[in-house]
Design a protein around this ligand. Structure first.
Ligand code: 5RP
Length: 289
C-alpha cells in the first residue's frame, strides 16, 4: 500500500488496535434537517474530541466545523436523491477529488446500492472513484446503502454487498449489523465498519456496537444513536469504551449512566441562559426603590 494511502487510513482506523470510532453526520445529504442535526455545528461541536474521524459532506464541513480543529475527515462525495424522491439509489459522484484534496480529507465515502435499480451506476462510480482517489493516495469507504425498497439486512445480502465493494477496490466498507455478522466480516477482505441505524434505546445501541466489534467489525460509523440520544457526549464516550477500551455492554452502560449524571443533557439550556446575570437582579431591586 502506498505510504500516503496507509497514512490516511491510519488516521481513521487506529493502528494501535485496528479500530475506528467515526461520527456520521452526513444524513442531511438526502434527509435534509434530520432530527437533532438541524444545526450541524451545535450537534457536532461537543462530540468532536471523542471521535477518531468525522463523516460528512463538504457543505457541512465548510459551514459547521472549525478548520483549525485537527479531526480527520471522511468526505461523502455521492448523492443526488432525496428521501421524498422516487429512487434513493439514483446517486452519482457529486464532489470532485480535487475539492476533497483542497479540504485535506483523510478518506472519501460513497454509497453503492446492490440489488437496486441503480446498482450498475453506483458500482461503476465506485470503480472510477477508487481509480482517481488512489492516484492521490486517498482511501475510499464504500457504504452499502439499503434503499427504501430494500429492507433486507441479512448476512447473505450484506456479505454480497460488502464483498462486491471490496472487489471494486474499496479500502473500507460500511454496512449494517445483522445476525451472523461474522459471515459478513469473514468474507470481506477489507475492514468492515458498522452504521448505527435508526435510534435505539442506549443500552441496545451499545449492545449492537459490542456485538459488531466482537464479530470482527473494525469499529463504528455511528450517527443517530449518538446525537439523537438525550446525552450525546456520554453516549459517544460509552461507544468509544466498547470500540477502543474492550469493555462489555454492562460496563459501557454503567459508564454512560455515570457520565449522564455529570454532563448536561443536550436539552439543558446553557447556564448563561438560565441564571440571571448578577447586575440584573440588582437592577430589579433598584427599580423597586
Ligand atoms: C447514510 C449514511 C449514514 O452516515 C449512516 O447511516 C450512519 O449513520 P447512522 O448511525 O445514523 O445510521 O452513510 O447512507
Amino acid at each position: 500500500m502506498d505510504w500516503g494511502l496507509q497514512n490516511r487510513l491510519s488516521r481513521i482506523i487506529k493502528p494501535n488496535d485496528g479500530k475506528a470510532v467515526m461520527l456520521a453526520v452526513d444524513h442531511g445529504y438526502f434527509l435534509g434537517p434530520t432530527e437533532s442535526l438541524e444545526q450541524p455545528r451545535k450537534t457536532i461541536q461537543p462530540l468532536l474530541k471523542y471521535c477518531d474521524s468525522l463523516m460528512l459532506t463538504r457543505g457541512v464541513l465548510r459551514t459547521s466545523v472549525d478548520a483549525r480543529f485537527p479531526v480527520p475527515v471522511v468526505l461523502r462525495v455521492s448523492g443526488g436523491s432525496s428521501i421524498i424522491g422516487e429512487d434513493l439509489s439514483n446517486e452519482k459522484i457529486t464532489t470532485s477529488v480535487k475539492d476533497a484534496i483542497r479540504l485535506n480529507v483523510s478518506a472519501l465515502a460513497m454509497s453503492i446500492f446492490v440489488g437496486a435499480k441503480n446498482e450498475h451506476n453506483t458500482l461503476v462510480s465506485l470503480g472510477h472513484l477508487v481509480n482517481e482517489a488512489e492516484e492521490y493516495g486517498i482511501p475510499v469507504l464504500a457504504v452499502t446503502a439499503v434503499g427504501k425498497e430494500l429492507a433486507k439486512r441479512d448476512a447473505r445480502y450484506l456479505s454480497l454487498s460488502c464483498r462486491i465493494a471490496a472487489e471494486f477496490g474499496a479500502h473500507m466498507v460500511k454496512t449494517y449489523y445483522c445476525d451472523n455478522f461474522e459471515k459478513v466480516v469473514d468474507s470481506c477482505p477489507v475492514p468492515v465498519i458498522i452504521a448505527g441505524g435508526p435510534k435505539l434505546e442506549e443500552r441496545a445501541a451499545l449492545e449492537l456496537a459490542y456485538n459488531a466489534v466482537n464479530a470482527g467489525a473494525a469499529g463504528v460509523d455511528m450517527g443517530r444513536n449518538i446525537w439523537q440520544s438525550k446525552y450525546p457526549v456520554p453516549m459517544i464516550r460509552a461507544v468509544r469504551a466498547i470500540v477502543h477500551g474492550n469493555v462489555n455492554v454492562k460496563e459501557a452502560y454503567d459508564l454512560f449512566n455515570r457520565l449522564c449524571k455529570e454532563s448536561p443533557s443536550k436539552n439543558d439550556k446553557p447556564k448563561s441562559e438560565t441564571s440571571q446575570p448578577k447586575n440584573q437582579s440588582k437592577n430589579k431591586k433598584q427599580k423597586k426603590k
